[in-house]
Ligand binder design. Structure first.
Ligand code: FES
Ligand SMILES: [Fe+2]
Length: 347
């Protein structure tokens, strides 16, 4: 059961979340919601990403409806103007020589631009000194990435659990991704600090219709899944010389909405030239099926609560929940004791 997992406690504000892709942030402001907080973002004159609470401190108006002039953000209600530090630098009603008072400041947030994403951290001076998770092999030689964005009507915990849940794949994605073969799988599941690592054993041909391409020899596939606190899942497949990575960063908008950025990164050698549209189409088709499942799961949770029963394979979810509970309680998930389980399941 995971009824205790809190999805938007104040302690989640210590972490970096993707606000948008770099290409989506220009000179004019955009609005985002992260952990129920309204955030406005724009680029200053040097091109740096700036983020404030999306609220004018004068009389409460959304700054995202304003305009950027000379690297400063102007509120459209009475024209109060904020520089990239959030300081009010102009109050039109106080005349052309109005004094700048450093006490009049917008609430500002730290930003980092990494892997062509803009990350925002809501807590100033966060004591959680971790950088945003680096997207595996992004823009590395020999690799290509297809980037997807999707909205799920569910919370981060349930979304993250779904992305590294193997038993559902033969039901929800029957044929596209995997088909049931009633075969026994083994996996080593470990919790190492803020990470859950799953090392699958004896996986061979069972990767759906694209087995002929990814694994024509039918040899054993190396398959690892990871959950990294508080919100990233990473799936790694190695098929001989071909490699495929699925990385999902789940942004908590609210307890019932999650915005998910998914990188499908592959190394298919010569086939890199042609694979992107197929990878995009297949990836989105799989995600569309998961969106439907997760929407329905949240509807049921809203009606009946989130008491769950577990099978053996669900130890993965139990460990993810233990990490997210620790985060929500304000603890440091890096200090959790290590755990290890060997599981068997049939798909
Ligand atoms: S509300 Fe923003 S300037 Fe008055
Ligand atoms: Fe799925």
């Amino acid at each position: 059961m995971n009824s205790l997992v809190k999805n938007s406690s104040v302690h989640h504000r210590r972490f970096w979340y993707i606000a948008c892709e770099s290409k989506d942030l220009g000179k004019q402001p955009i609005a985002r919601t992260i952990l129920n907080e309204w955030v406005v973002l724009y680029r200053d004159e040097k091109g740096r990403a700036v983020a404030f609470q999306d609220r004018c401190i004068h009389r409460n108006f959304q700054l995202s409806k304003g305009k950027v002039k000379n690297g400063c953000l102007e509120c459209p209600y009475h024209g109060w103007t904020f520089n990239s530090e959030g300081t009010v630098v102009r109050i039109p009603s106080e005349g052309p020589e109005n004094k700048v008072l450093s006490s009049r400041k917008a609430i500002s947030y730290d930003t980092i631009e990494q892997d062509d994403f803009i990350y925002v951290r809501l807590e100033k001076n966060s004591n959680y000194d971790a950088s945003p998770f680096a997207m595996p092999h992004y823009k590395e030689k020999g690799f290509k990435t297809v980037r997807l964005f999707n909205v799920f009507k569910n919370n981060v915990t349930n979304c993250a659990e779904n992305y590294i849940d193997v038993p559902h794949t033969v039901f929800v994605h029957d044929g596209i991704f995997r088909s049931s073969e009633n075969k026994k799988f083994k996996a080593i599941v470990e919790r190492v600090g803020p990470t859950v690592k799953i090392d699958y054993r004896n996986e061979t041909t069972n990767v759906g219709w694209f087995s002929w391409f990814l694994n024509p020899s039918g040899g054993e596939i190396t398959h690892h899944d990871y959950f990294h606190a508080p919100n990233v899942t990473s799936v790694e497949y190695y098929f001989g010389k071909k490699e495929f990575f699925i990385t999902s960063h789940s942004v908590p908008v609210s307890d019932t909405e999650t915005h998910v950025y998914t990188d499908l990164t592959f190394k298919f050698g010569f086939w890199n030239l042609f694979a992107s549209p197929i990878v995009r189409y297949q990836g989105q088709s799989v995600i569309d099926q998961d969106i439907e499942v997760l929407d329905n799961q949240m509807k049921v949770i809203q009606k009946y609560g989130s008491d769950f029963s577990n099978s053996k394979a669900d130890i993965i979810h139990v460990l993810i929940e233990s990490i997210r509970d620790e985060v929500a309680a304000g603890g440091d998930p890096r200090e959790l004791p290590n755990k290890s389980h060997e599981i068997e399941f049939w798909i």
